[in-house]
Design a protein around this ligand. Structure first.
Ligand code: IMO
Ligand code: MG
Length: 476
């Protein structure tokens, strides 16, 4: 079966992450956006997200604009929805990049109701960026403070930018909420107005536009951001982002309901999962040592390549190395869990697209996945099983043990998750699977693991991705 078969008779698709983000939503958004959708819309978060978009054959990391923008000249529409928070400076930079590539963005629509990330939001967020003093390790982009203002009914929306009096009154009000920031209303307005003028032609009531697109039978793709376990509603407090990045939140963030989504796809990295930032991660390889090591921003890819003596080259901003280097394989099979974790991070190249931080690596947690299936629905896409090739074995957690009791139920409580020991099932490893095109041809032990995972979680694996290229996709 091909991806085209999967979308037969479908008008609306959502691609959301069922873990802690960075699961490869970008690959599928890009595919559906360019090959299938008439409209690509984002409903949550802001430039805390990092996704790779291919523009004129070149890979670019975008943070705000959804994947569909690369097909704008073909008349495709891209929507930044009401549930998003937008840093106008960053949006301006992304538009500059599109200009530089001569990629038109005439069909970009920006919700009049989206929140505006203000300079004082970014400044205030710096306090939560660092993990040193127990901070949660946010991306430092002002996301939390901006959503806080929205909920506290003092947020500034895109529409407010075009009413100077109203804007000025709202900034005055913000002064009380941000006593530590030295806010000068006129200065803030001077920064914002030129940026606002630039986006003025794209500002719309995107909710009614979305409803019109639905009525007209346009094919709509919702591009999720972050992941379910980071959702402010369903994630593990306080180690969450400040939007509801579940399927529900993603739909509501563009003015739709989850019920209207014909094909909701939940992405799961398998059999390794990752997270960036602080917070409990029961299946983390290397446990607390890894958590503390990964909290330090200096432990970048280049640092690890040098420290572990892996040959590499730097060409421009690109760092090139062989993910199958025998030294990396040796690390993966090391008896030290910490080293194993570093080796797996190198093999899977797991470094943040937004911040460059090393991602924490663990085995897939079927207990958390079962929780995610309950919220985001059963249809699953597994990504990156190819990054584990030639490891001796891999594991999946099918339960937690705590004080002699076992549990198969996830709880978003930090206290609970910090105290559990995962109950693993170990499977033999497998070799290179990147050339496999049919589900039946996958190695037996991997299929066995997928089958166990499905029966435990209640999910149904519809797609297995075996590489970053579009062709490296198996539809079941
Ligand atoms: P994509 O869309 C992974 C994490 C941060 C931090 C927490 C709160 O690329 O998958 P925030 O700046 O949002 O207030 O930070 O959420 N986080 C992400 N982790 N992928 C993302 O986005 C993330 N966006 C936020 O690391 O732990
Ligand atoms: Mg990302």
């Amino acid at each position: 079966m091909s991806l085209d078969d999967l979308v037969k008779g479908v008008q609306t698709i959502a691609v959301v992450c069922n873990q802690w983000g960075d699961t490869g939503k970008g690959k599928f958004s890009d595919y559906f956006a360019s090959q299938w959708a008439d409209v690509t819309a984002r409903g949550t978060g802001g430039n805390n997200a990092g996704h790779t978009v291919v523009v004129n054959g070149r890979r670019k990391v975008f943070h705000l604009i959804p994947a569909g923008i690369a097909s704008d000249s073909a008349g495709k529409i891209t929507v930044l929805g009401n549930g998003m928070v937008i840093d106008l400076g960053v949006l301006g930079q992304e538009l500059d990049e599109l200009d530089a590539e001569k990629n038109s963005y005439n069909n970009l629509m920006i919700s009049k109701d989206a929140g505006v990330i203000m300079p004082y939001h970014v400044a205030a967020d710096k306090e939560d960026k660092s993990q040193k003093d127990g901070g949660i390790g946010t991306t430092g982009r002002g996301i939390g403070p901006c959503y806080t203002d929205k909920v506290a009914r003092r947020g500034i929306t895109i529409e407010d930018l075009f009413d100077k009096d109203r804007l000025s009154k709202k900034i005055e009000r913000a002064k009380k909420a941000y006593p530590k920031q030295d806010i000068n209303t006129d200065d803030v307005i001077d920064i914002l107005i030129p940026l606002a003028e630039r986006i003025r032609p794209f500002v719309r009531d995107t909710v009614s536009e979305m409803h019109r697109f639905l009525r007209e039978g346009k094919k709509i793709l919702l591009e999720g951001a972050q992941g379910l376990l980071l959702s402010v509603e369903h994630g593990i407090h306080p180690y969450v982002t400040s939007s509801d990045c579940s399927l529900n939140g993603t739909a509501s963030g563009v003015g739709l309901s989850a019920k209207m989504i014909d094909l909701p796809l939940g992405i799961i990295k398998f059999p390794l999962m990752t997270r960036v930032g602080a917070g409990p991660f029961p299946t983390e390889i290397g446990g607390a040592d890894s958590e503390s090591y990964c909290s330090k921003e200096e432990h970048t890819l280049i640092y690890e390549l040098i420290t572990y003596g892996i040959p590499h080259q730097k060409i421009g901003n690109e760092i090139i190395y062989d993910k199958n280097d025998p030294r990396i394989l040796e690390m993966i099979n090391s008896s030290s869990e910490f080293i194993q974790g570093v080796g797996l991070r190198l093999a899977a190249r797991e470094y943040g697209a937004t911040t460059g931080r090393p991602r924490r690596i663990g085995w897939v947690d079927a207990v958390a996945a079962r929780y995610a299936v309950g919220i985001n629905g059963p249809l699953l896409v597994l990504t990156k099983p190819d990054s584990l090739s030639d490891a001796k074995e891999f594991k999946i957690a099918y339960g937690y043990e705590k004080e002699g009791k076992t549990s198969k139920t996830f709880s978003k409580s930090e206290k609970f998750l910090r105290g559990v020991t995962p109950i693993y099932k170990t499977y033999d490893g497998y070799g290179d699977i990147s050339q496999i095109k049919e589900y039946d041809k996958l190695p037996l032990n991997l299929k066995q693991a997928i089958g166990d995972f499905e029966s435990f979680t209640g999910g149904r694996v519809a797609v297995v991705s075996v590489g970053s290229d579009r062709e490296e996709t198996i539809i079941r």
